[in-house]
Design a protein around this ligand. Structure first.
Ligand SMILES: Nc1ncnc2c1ncn2[C@@H]1O[C@H](COP(=O)(O)OP(=O)(O)OP(=O)(O)O)[C@@H](O)[C@H]1O
Ligand SMILES: [Mg+2]
Length: 296
């Protein structure tokens, strides 16, 4: 707890933090939990949908997974799962309930959802990033993965959470504004927090050339102008599903190309993470390297 506050206080407007020194502050040496933020800057690109499917799939593969909805007063995770809405996140913030009491549990998939237009939460005085980081540090030994479903935008709280996580998955769509917003996020994370590596997942892809163009544009720009690395996780097709059936179809496990493609994305991620930052298994995009990533 003390370490978290120290880390948060260590940011000031003119400083770029060295992530290695941050790592020594925030992580116990025996830590094996992987913390991953699902982010991207732009709204409506699929962050929540991917967070839920990723968390449930990692859990289905035998991992203990906590998904934290960080869109604290516009929460969509419970809605997408068809669960009743509750404002338990306010109960947690106001210390009326314990973390355990606020969790939704489905086997080894645990969800801490958030609020929907709660006036109490709006009026409450709290720092989201401190609360989320405290939850992560207090419970990390209980989980193999802790995923954060981040809100859109470049708020300080969201940036701090992205920087704190071991890994970031940026969800980008072929829309130029999504690519631009993701670049802005990568840039601020790099310039202000020293983050120099991110994962990229392209959502709502129509064609393979379109997918290739997105990863080339973003990866090359990020590499050339910021010297940052982009690890490509793959693409998800734009689904032709009615809005009222979308969540059910997107999240369902079954023998269909959408789910099978998503499994490849998850495997690519877990392979990368188990390679533990070494070059082995790395899928970092390099402009001159043949593009092997497929959209199935
Ligand atoms: N692969 C896809 N194919 C078609 N539509 C999609 C796809 N992914 C997401 N969508 C559409 O985009 C909507 C927004 O998705 P989602 O809520 O996951 O995005 P988000 O990035 O979390 O949004 P916000 O920024 O508001 O939190 C979905 O409800 C769905 O209608
Ligand atoms: Mg969302």
């Amino acid at each position: 707890m003390e370490k978290t506050s120290e880390w948060l206080r260590s940011f000031n407007s003119n400083q770029v933090r060295d992530l290695n020194s941050i790592a020594s502050l925030k992580k116990p040496t025996e830590k094996t939990t992987q913390t991953i933020s699902i982010t991207g800057g732009k709204g409506g690109v699929g962050k929540t949908s991917v967070s839920l499917k990723m968390a449930k799939e990692l859990a289905a593969q035998g991992n203990k997974v906590l998904l934290i909805d960080c869109d604290y007063n516009l929460s969509n995770t419970a809605i997408k799962l068809g669960l009743p809405l509750s404002n338990t996140f306010y109960d947690l913030v106001s210390a009326e309930k314990s973390f355990q009491e606020c969790l939704y549990q489905e086997g080894s998939f645990h969800l801490l959802s958030a609020c929907n237009g709660s006036i109490d939460l709006f009026d409450a005085s709290f720092r989201l990033e401190e609360i989320i980081i405290d939850i992560m540090t207090a419970h990390e030994k209980e989980y193999d993965y802790i995923l954060l479903d981040c809100p859109a935008g470049l708020s300080r709280e969201s940036l701090v959470l992205n920087a704190y996580c071991d890994h970031r998955i940026l969800i980008v769509t072929p829309d130029r504004s999504s690519i631009t917003d993701s670049y802005s996020l990568i840039k601020v994370l790099n310039k202000k927090f020293g983050v120099n590596q991110n994962h990229l997942l392209v959502n709502m892809v129509n064609t393979k050339p379109q997918y290739v163009k997105v990863i080339q544009t973003l990866s090359e720009t990020v590499e050339n102008f910021l010297g940052c690395r982009t690890k490509i996780l793959g693409g998800i097709k734009k689904l032709d599903t009615q809005a009222n059936n979308f969540d059910q179809y997107f999240l369902a496990r079954g023998k269909n190309s959408h789910h099978e493609n998503f499994l490849k994305v998850v495997h690519k991620l877990t392979d990368e993470l188990s390679a533990n930052g070494t070059e082995k298994g790395s899928q970092a995009f390099h402009p001159k390297r043949r593009i092997e990533q497929e959209v199935h």
